[in-house]
Design a protein around this ligand. Structure first.
Ligand SMILES: Nc1ncnc2c1ncn2[C@@H]1O[C@H](COP(=O)(O)OP(=O)(O)OP(=O)(O)O)[C@@H](O)[C@H]1O
Length: 593
């Protein structure tokens, strides 16, 4: 325990102020780039979109480091005594009373203090283990998380028109009335006719659109009596710079898929982020708040909430951490808690002999995935340092593997096991296990589906500038929704760094048959003609793969994909099926109404 040196009142106040200033600066910059998403969308600046998402990820750590530095320089942070620290926390709470982002500001406080204090101080007296300020109904007169439309005079079509126009995009629409007609018909079809209107009928729409890649999403819900109908309308832009409504998503689960962690984060201009999260939860009750914060670009808050949920879950469960089912990794040690839908990954001390890389490279690859558009095909990971788990919750096998393969990555402190560096990601069924299961059950339809998905995952990653490196089935997982997603990042490269080559003809028949390689191969050389030999050993699997993805087995696809990326072309990725797009629908818009 450090001893108070007096004058802490003044100091504590100054320190609390420095910390809230640090946070406010962070949120101002975060909001500015999120607000500019609208302009980038209007100007079709797609490369700018990717750059901004990548840069925004760094903002938080930069501001935390800046604040820690200030506390060190101005207040000699290491010598601040315990009483002053406790005082700082109380004064900081005072500064949050009318704050619009108090939960984020608390997390910022934690990020700064945990960089200065020893982990023995990580309890509620010093940091915000529990939130201190409620985020319920923070909105005041000057903030508007959502707009309400009472569709009295305008009718549904008129109201939808007004909703879209209120986003004030400085771009013309190809034919907005026509698109609205599509919306009207899609809703009627979905609901089997329009239900009678109750007195409270209204449509609520989140004030900022959600920007990602080349799309802006309008998100809202209609309320009629006691029933709520969520919806999302993606707005896209054609080559001529004109806008159009691409579809309307009306199934909550489909809207939920937009928020999948295997996609890029949204840019949303939010004054009160907790208001957005509350609204989103009302239409997606099964989505954890942590994941919503992450998808809104507020990763640190997401992580804080994730961890609170995990601790809570540990209190209310009894099962033990076990090794993740499947083929063990050569680089990562992966364990899981059967009752919780995530896996925990740490980088081993020594890698398998075929892996020529070090810990720093592996970390760099994980960061690369955070920064690119994951196009629904690469699992996002939450990165943690010094995570404390109850020791008794680990089974013997996990403890033995930790001891044997990653002794420098953890320590035991009393009844706690502390992991120094950890990635956490959604648990999926490894594709190799899934395939085995389907083959054994002779479920041909499902087999065809996942093999097609596997090829699509490789194709879409390539279009998004990621070459997976190791494409073995075990490195992909199958989600609850049957999507195939990649999760093994240690060998990924940017597509543009790879040299795709054709296998040169063998000098003679004997050499060709010898099984020896007769051509020189450099580090980043890849021969797509070889993929089939390594990946498609089962004839049934090979047949299905070739039916859908034959082009992936020759260099041409890869070279063309590279060319497109180099020319600055940004591919369209639709987080909903093509059949739902208005341009693919054969709706007779003149039918009886
Ligand atoms: N998200 C996940 N969901 C379920 N299981 C997973 C997940 N991530 C990894 N696993 C399991 O852990 C194993 C090793 O994970 P991973 O592929 O990330 O490690 P690695 O060391 O990078 O592998 P490699 O040796 O192929 O480089 C996988 O084969 C799989 O069984």
């Amino acid at each position: 325990m450090k001893i108070s040196v007096g004058l802490y009142g003044t100091n504590a106040h100054q320190i609390a102020l420095a910390m809230i200033q640090g946070f406010n600066k962070h949120y101002t910059l975060f909001r500015q780039t999120s607000r500019e998403a609208k302009t980038r969308f209007e100007q079709a600046d797609w490369l700018g979109v990717h750059k901004a998402v990548k840069e925004r990820i760094r903002f938080y750590d930069d501001r935390v480091d800046e604040c820690v530095e200030r506390l060190r320089n101005q207040f000699d942070a290491a010598s601040i005594d315990d009483t002053t620290w406790q005082q700082v926390k109380l004064l900081y709470i005072g500064l949050l009373l009318n704050h619009k982002q108090p939960e984020l500001a608390e997390t910022f406080f934690n990020s700064v203090t945990t960089k200065i204090l020893h982990r023995n101080y990580f309890h509620n007296d010093f940091i915000f283990v529990r939130p201190s300020i409620s985020t319920e109904n923070i909105e005041g007169d000057d903030t508007q998380t959502y707009r309400s439309y009472y569709a009295k005079e305008d009718g549904l079509r008129g109201t939808v028109l007004k909703i879209v126009k209120d986003f004030d995009w400085h771009r013309p629409f190809v034919d907005l009335e026509h698109d609205v007609e599509h919306v009207y018909h899609a809703v009627r079809h979905f609901l089997n006719g329009m239900p009678p209107r109750e007195v409270n009928f209204q449509i609520q729409v989140l004030g900022s659109a959600f920007y990602r890649n080349k799309a802006a999403y309008i998100i809202g819900k209609a309320i009629n009596g006691a029933t709520e109908y969520p919806f999302t309308i993606p707005v896209l832009q054609n080559e001529a710079g004109q806008l159009y409504l691409d579809t309307i998503l009306l199934d909550a689960w489909r809207i939920g898929l937009l928020f999948s962690l295997s996609r890029a984060y949204f840019m949303v201009d939010m004054e009160v982020p907790s208001g957005y999260v509350q609204f989103l939860r009302s239409i997606l009750p099964a989505k954890p708040r942590s994941e919503l914060y992450i998808m809104l670009g507020l990763g640190k808050q997401g992580k804080t909430m994730f961890f609170r949920d995990l601790i809570y879950h540990l209190h209310h469960s009894e099962d033990k951490f076990i090794m993740a089912p499947g083929i063990r990794g050569l680089v990562m040690l992966v364990f899981t808690l059967p009752s919780y839908p995530y896996v925990f990954k740490l980088i081993k001390d020594v890698f398998g002999s075929s892996k020529e890389m070090d810990r720093a490279t592996v970390k760099k690859k994980f960061m690369m995935v955070k920064q690119v558009d994951r196009v629904g095909r690469m699992a996002d990971t939450l990165e943690f340092s010094n995570v404390m788990f109850p020791l008794k919750r680990f089974n013997d096998e996990v403890l033995a593997e930790l001891q044997q393969l990653a002794p420098s990555c953890f320590e035991v402190d009393g009844d706690q096991l502390i992991i120094k560096h950890l990635y956490i990601e959604r648990r999926m069924e490894p594709l190799n296990i899934h395939l085995d299961r389907m083959e054994r059950a002779n479920n041909v339809e499902r087999l065809e589906h996942v093999i097609r998905e596997y090829g699509s995952a490789i194709r879409e990653m390539a279009q998004a500038n990621i070459f997976p490196g190791d494409m073995l089935w075990k490195n992909f997982g199958v989600t609850r929704f049957g999507r195939v997603v990649f999760y093994d990042y240690d060998e990924i490269e940017y597509m543009t760094d790879i040299k795709f080559r054709q296998i040169p003809p063998a000098p003679d028949f004997e050499t060709e048959m010898s099984g020896e390689v007769w051509y020189a191969v450099s580090r980043n050389d890849v021969f797509p003609e070889e993929f089939a030999t390594f990946l498609l050993t089962s004839p049934q699997v090979r047949k299905i793969f070739i039916k859908y993805h034959k082009d992936l087995l020759s260099p041409r696809f890869w070279l063309e994909a590279q060319e497109k990326i180099r020319s600055g072309y940004v591919e369209d990725f639709f987080p909903y099926p093509q059949e739902l797009r208005f341009i693919n629908r054969q709706t007779d818009l003149t039918e009886e109404q």
